[in-house]
Design a protein around this ligand. Structure first.
Ligand code: ZN
Length: 416
């Protein structure tokens, strides 16, 4: 269907599929024309947000009292500078176990900063990597990451303590800092990075030319790159870049993951997005029997089902689990799929945090804490079940050992 409304609308849904719901933002003076047009085309419409600016203002709300930054209490969304200052503060308060890690520089020259948390100082430890803020408008993701850092460093809950202390954690609240900053200063709905090398006129797609200044980092990773769920048009929200791993942010993550695999046993790669209340299991281009392309799919499914029971138990929030193709849309080039398919990290998921779309990316700040609490509960259970399934032992060793037995059996067969 043609939506020729001359740039007066904008899609909130990343990928448009036939017979699926889409969310479209419309300028108030075009609302009637838009509704009449859709109705005449036989499209069912429903107003979900009547004043977007009001929601944007709410997500930009600041505390009335100007409190010290290190007293941040998750009652508003922090800017990039505030997050970085908060990281510096909490690390300096726990300098025996925590340190700032800088894994690279972005297109606009910002550092990609995270925190390393290492209680035990073991040689060749079990390692976990948490990725936040790869899509800049998904502000609840960095707010979840800072919460997890704070819990690991300060919680007295024995289950959280055990999880924090038995793994060396690398947590990156904002792996796309250029985009995150831009979503505060220029365009609240910014998703991609800010690479300008593909700049072009976006007149044909009826969107602002500035939308071509960016690559979707979560379509840029070198696994099934540029195969499904992407667009070659730089004006698209799902433009995967000029080549696999072309972006500085992507390369920084990839190089760091390989470095961690030298340091110890990297068993977790968890990516945090919004919105939909889902946890995606790799790979995003498979469904049905093909899910078994992931050798430990059964374990991944079992772990996350148990983790979601704990998530729901906290505030009765329900999440759906499955591959992206099964429950969201078919896609490719995502960091978590790369982590499982290329880097061979065993326990890999993508969280799509709150909500189901009532507020979408503009999740009111009043929901940050309850979101964080339920996610933390799920992570504790995820880690408990993962440990129970023996993933803390070098999984690579177990797999290689199995391969040896199979080889031996084959060899015996050959001798006969
Ligand atoms: Zn996302």
């Amino acid at each position: 269907m043609d939506l020729n409304l001359n740039g007066h609308y904008s899609f909130w849904t990343d990928r448009i599929q036939e017979y699926h719901e889409v969310k479209i933002m419309v300028k108030p003076d075009k609302q009637k024309e838009f509704e009449d047009h859709l109705t005449s085309e036989g499209v069912k419409i429903k107003m979900v947000v009547d004043d977007v600016q009001k929601l944007v203002d709410a997500t930009l709300k600041r505390p009335k009292v100007n409190r010290l930054n290190n007293n941040y209490a998750w009652e508003y969304y922090q800017t990039l500078d505030e997050i970085n200052e908060w990281l510096e503060n909490i690390v300096s308060e726990h300098s025996d176990i925590a340190s700032i890690v800088n894994i690279g520089t972005t297109f606009e020259g910002r550092d990609i900063k995270g925190v390393k948390i290492d209680f035990m100082k073991r040689d060749k430890p079990v390692i976990g990597f948490l990725e936040g803020g790869i899509h800049s408008r998904e502000w609840i993701s960095p707010a979840t990451m800072t919460w997890v850092i704070n819990e690991f460093l300060t919680s007295s809950n024995p289950d959280i303590r055990s999880m924090a202390e038995n793994v060396v954690w690398y947590i990156f609240p904002v792996v796309n800092p250029d985009g995150y900053e831009y979503s505060f200063t220029n365009n609240r709905m910014w998703r991609k990075n800010r690479n300008t090398e593909h700049f072009t006129s976006c007149a044909a797609t009826n969107v602002a030319d500035d939308l071509s200044n960016g690559v979707d980092l979560n379509r840029n990773f070198g696994f099934q790159w540029n195969t499904v769920g992407v667009s070659p048009d730089p004006c698209s929200l799902v433009f995967p870049g000029g080549s696999p791993n072309s972006e500085l942010e992507t390369l920084s993550i990839i190089n760091f993951v390989y470095q961690l695999q030298q340091e110890g046993t990297l068993i977790y790669y968890l990516a945090f997005h919004s919105f939909s209340q889902m946890v995606l299991i790799p790979y995003s281009h498979v469904e049905k029997g093909d899910v078994l392309e992931v050798p430990n799919y059964g374990d991944l499914h079992e772990i996350i089902i148990k983790a979601m029971d704990k998530l729901t138990a906290r505030h009765n929030t329900t999440y759906v689990v499955g591959t992206s193709k099964e429950i969201l849309y078919e896609t490719s080039g995502g960091s978590f799929d790369w982590a499982r398919g290329v880097a061979d990290i065993p326990i890999v998921y993508l969280y799509e945090l709150r909500d189901l779309g009532a507020y979408g990316f503009l999740l009111p700040p009043e929901q940050i804490i309850s979101n964080n609490e339920e996610v933390m509960d799920s992570l504790v259970e995820l880690d408990r079940v993962t440990r129970q399934l023996n993933y803390y032992r070098s999984n690579g060793y177990v797999l290689k050992f199995n391969a040896l037995i199979i080889l031996a059996v084959l060899f015996v067969g050959y001798l006969r």
